[in-house]
Design a protein around this ligand. Structure first.
Ligand code: NAP
Length: 531
């Protein structure tokens, strides 16, 4: 059955270019990790014909969508935010039932989702994303220079894979979708099986905003389906020009490989695995070891540890102060209650990860197992030494959930060696007092090359969405460390520069036209100006 999409309903259908369409494949349902109950309605996977329809519509929509005035695109992003807010209570209730995440956290996530849509609306209006540059002609130069102008254009339709651990802020209307739409790219989302109802509610909100704005319906579609099959077909579709993904290393690398193997390879921005090292420097440990131990466990166990920025690794110099840190962390962790995990598969993977750590590291403590939800995470804390960590893939692997590993180092040189020896990360945290500044300064050049964000005296969970944020980092944190998936620079992933040489003035786009009709900041002969 096919029907026009209306807001706020749950029908278990795919949303393709403004139409609600029945799937044809396997049936899935939302699942409540707290109670173990299956949720209504049933969703059926789409097939190759649905991928084809969504991609064809996205390709058809591209020319009109990308050439819409910036103000219209900005208002569209704001309208999506308003449409989401209009179903906020239903959305939070459904996301809570499907993810097990607390309602307060999900309410905050609605705010983050609408906040980032509005941030990108402001970015679109402000206009620097056009990257406008003009090198005026130099006809009298020994080698005359022609009139050369540059601006950014969107890549084309973008495939977005919703993440399981942020059912709102990193899913259907999350950062990837918002930044791609802001760039002028139609979006086809493959919804995550962990929250189909949440996905449908948000998908309907976007679909309604597309219709209100009068944009072509193919500007947005939402599909459900098997990852390798439907997701793979989406990435291989020649009309798709870029991919945004958050999830496992295996899934991300499969998409990178599929995209690279296409006759026309395309970029994949995959955010994958990170264990987010925390360096405890000597002065900080000497003055506040017990506080740091308790705070660490608070960050480690937040949201059952299901954050890409979860601090899975602590690195410190062995001694009585570290013992104090460990004793406080052990007490806090032993008292931590089991928390619901997003899906049974994620909980199984967590258990396997903890078993793998237990085989190679020393157990410090496990969290309580009493009154556990149906699908739950029992937190865990281990310790090891630097040589063991650097010699073991298992000890460096991401264990998605509330599991931490403390690395005892002999001295600062060994801490430096650990910093240099670990894989690429989203974040590194340095706990440092004034007396540690020199040691912290010595760590920085290594950390800069290893991570996307370096924090001092805080904890990495919690990512502010703004202009200066970087949520990225060298492999395996992401598949492309040159950019970010959070914050306004995320728009750059879906743009490319085009140069116009000696183009007739009448054909020049506004961004690089004479007289600067859109009042943009532009680089003219190297100087930034709004003239
Ligand atoms: P996932 O298994 O990587 O799945 C994410 C999305 O990608 C799903 O829609 C999935 O579809 C799809 N997918 C997976 N493999 C694919 C492939 N080969 N080709 C095409 N599409 C594919 O991630 P998840 O389900 O969210 O969680 C599983 C594990 O990922 C966790 O245990 C954790 O280790 C890791 N994870 C990490 C982060 C992070 O931020 N670092 C966040 C979330 C998860 P299907 O479900 O149909 O396969």
């Amino acid at each position: 059955m096919t029907s026009t999409v209306t807001s706020g309903e749950l029908t278990g259908q795919l949303l393709i270019a403004g139409q609600a369409v029945d799937g044809s494949g396997a049936e899935i349902r939302g699942f409540d990790p707290n109670t173990g109950a299956e949720l209504e309605p049933a969703y059926r996977y789409g097939d190759a014909s649905h991928v084809d329809a969504a991609c064809a519509a996205a390709a058809d929509a591209f020319a009109e969508y990308r050439s819409a005035p910036a103000e219209k695109r900005a208002q569209f992003l704001e309208a999506i935010a308003e449409r989401i807010e209009a179903v906020k209570d239903t959305l939070v209730a459904r996301a809570h039932a499907e993810s097990g995440l607390p309602e307060a956290r999900l309410t905050g996530e609605v705010g983050r989702t609408t906040g980032q849509l509005r941030l990108f609306a402001a970015v679109v209006r402000e206009g620097s994303w056009n990257g406008a540059r003009i090198d005026p002609p130099l006809p009298d130069r020994a080698v005359p220079r022609p009139d050369i102008r540059q601006r950014f254009v969107p890549l084309g339709p973008v495939a977005v894979f919703g993440a399981s651990n942020f059912p709102l802020a990193f899913s259907v209307a999350g950062g990837d979708t918002a930044s791609a739409l802001a760039a002028g790219c139609p979006v086809v989302v493959k919804g995550h099986d962990a929250h189909p109802g949440t996905s449908e509610l948000v998908g309907r909100a976007i679909t309604a905003a597309v219709a209100d704005a009068g944009f072509p319906p193919g500007t947005f579609s939402l599909l459900f389906g098997d990852g390798p099959e439907l997701g793979g077909a989406l990435v291989k579709d020649p009309r798709v020009k870029a991919v945004g993904f958050t999830g496992s290393r295996t899934g991300g690398l499969a998409l990178v490989a599929a995209a690279a193997a296409r006759p026309e390879p395309i970029p994949v921005y995959a955010e994958m695995s990170s264990i987010n090292p925390v360096f405890l420097l000597e002065g900080a440990l000497a003055t506040r070891a017990a506080d740091l131990g308790r705070e660490y466990v608070g960050s480690l166990t937040l949201g059952a540890g299901q954050f890409c920025t979860n601090p899975g690794l602590v690195i410190a110099i062995d001694g009585p102060d570290l013992d104090t840190f460990i004793a406080a962390a052990r007490d806090a962790l032993s008292a931590s209650a089991p928390a619901a995990m997003l899906t049974p598969r994620i909980a199984d993977t967590y258990r396997q990860g903890v078993d793998a750590l237990a085989a190679e590291a020393d157990l410090i403590a496990r969290g309580s197992a009493d009154n556990a939800p149906s699908v739950s995470c029992r937190s865990a804390l281990f310790s090891t030494d630097a040589a063991s960590l650097l010699g073991s893939e298992a000890l460096q692997a991401e264990v998605f959930g509330a599991s931490g590993l403390i690395v005892r180092c002999a001295d600062i040189v060994e801490m430096q060696r650990v910093a240099a020896g670990i894989e690429g990360q989203l974040t590194a945290t340095v706990q440092a007092d004034d007396s540690d500044v020199e040691q912290a300064g010595a760590l920085l050049p290594t950390l800069e090359l290893k991570v996307g964000r370096i924090l001092f005296n805080g904890w990495p969970t919690g990512v502010d969405v703004g202009h200066a944020m970087v949520h990225g980092g060298p492999f395996p944190a992401t598949s492309d460390s040159r950019t970010t998936s959070v914050g306004s620079r995320a728009i750059e992933r879906f743009l490319r520069p085009v140069c116009y040489q000696n183009a007739p003035k009448s054909l020049l786009p506004n961004a690089i036209a004479d007289g600067n009709p859109d009042r943009l900041w532009r680089r003219i002969d190297g100087e930034l100006t709004r003239d």
